[in-house]
Design a protein around this ligand. Structure first.
Ligand code: SF4
Length: 312
């Protein structure tokens, strides 16, 4: 079974080699509407798995060929935390990773299992998905395995964020007509405030989904980003549906917009017309706006906003 893929170049996470912990077929405790894999019955445990030895042999060979990477990413055709030898695997990777960081991409459900919870604390980076926080919406979007309870899952995510010392990322994927409502966003906002995430990526469906559901537009994602509190490190991660409706912003509007929600150069490219881009450049020259780096991404922010934060 082929367990290593990549290197993958990602704007958000840099260059990584991926480890597929379920190379034979999809094995997941969710059956998300938006999954880019085919629909499949949910499972609680993996039935077919590669051994730790197989994975480490493949990884060593891949690292010999591609040593210039940032991360080794644990992922799967399904959910990587269902891999039964995760603790042993992470400790074996730590022995050979040198300056690379370990990262896992998980749907968060297994954090309610104390053993998995403690195992994930050993990773350098963790990305937790959290698409919804109310039972009804969670069940509709993520279609979890029987017995997975969203309230317990949320509390486990909050506790993990308090104990974890590595880089924590949260990802929310929006599906039209489900978790994009005002009510769900207010509730998500409350939970996100309790987390110590380095970055919160919000996105939508960019690839053909498992079920007939629709993503939302880039403009709608921008509007959702504005509904979250300005203090949250929100990043708009999907640009696949970006419609180029550029607008004109005065200097004051640029400062106010960036004060409310820092934007990346890619956001500015989509949202600002040519004159507004020139105004932004002027504000940078006048040192009213500066560029900061947050978890590998660059954002424009008002200098005053940064000074306020530094004083806190
Ligand atoms: S958690 Fe990931 S792999 Fe599992 S169904 Fe959802 S999107 Fe697919």
């Amino acid at each position: 079974m082929k367990t290593i893929f990549g290197p993958i170049h990602s704007r958000r996470f840099g260059v990584s080699l991926g480890i597929d912990l379920s190379p034979s077929h999809k094995q997941c405790n969710f059956d998300c509407l938006y999954c880019e894999l085919a629909p499949a019955a949910t499972v609680e445990t993996q039935s077919q798995t590669p051994t730790v030895e197989e994975i480490i042999t493949d990884l060593k060979a891949a690292l010999r060929e591609h040593n210039n990477i940032d991360e080794i990413t644990l992922t799967a055709n399904g959910e990587p935390t269902l891999y039964p030898h995760l603790k042993e695997l992470i400790s074996e990777i730590d022995k050979i990773k040198e300056n690379k960081e370990t990262l896992i991409l998980t749907n968060s459900a297994a954090l309610v299992d104390r053993e998995v919870f403690m195992t994930l604390l050993a990773l350098d980076q963790v990305k937790l998905s959290l698409d919804a926080v109310t039972t009804d919406i969670f069940k509709k979007i993520d279609r979890p395995h029987e017995g997975i309870d969203i309230s317990r899952l949320v509390e486990a995510v909050v506790e993990f964020s308090e104990m974890y010392r590595g880089k924590l990322f949260i990802e929310i994927l929006f599906v039209r007509g489900l978790n994009d409502t005002k009510e769900e966003i207010v509730k998500l906002n409350e939970v996100l405030h309790r987390l110590k995430a380095l970055r919160i990526d919000i996105g939508t469906i960019d690839r053909p989904p498992a079920y007939p559901v629709e993503g939302i537009s880039y403009g709608e994602l921008v509007a959702i980003a504005q509904q979250f509190d300005a203090s949250l490190p929100i990043n708009i991660a999907s640009r696949g549906h970006a419609e180029f409706s550029q607008s004109s912003y005065t200097e004051d509007e640029i400062i106010n917009t960036l004060d409310k929600r820092p934007l990346t150069p890619e956001d500015v490219e989509i949202l600002f017309d040519e004159e507004s881009k020139k105004r932004l450049l002027r504000l940078i020259e006048e040192k009213k706006i500066e560029m900061i780096e947050r978890a590998k991404l660059e954002f424009y922010v008002p200098v005053e906003n940064m000074q306020r934060k530094r004083k806190k």
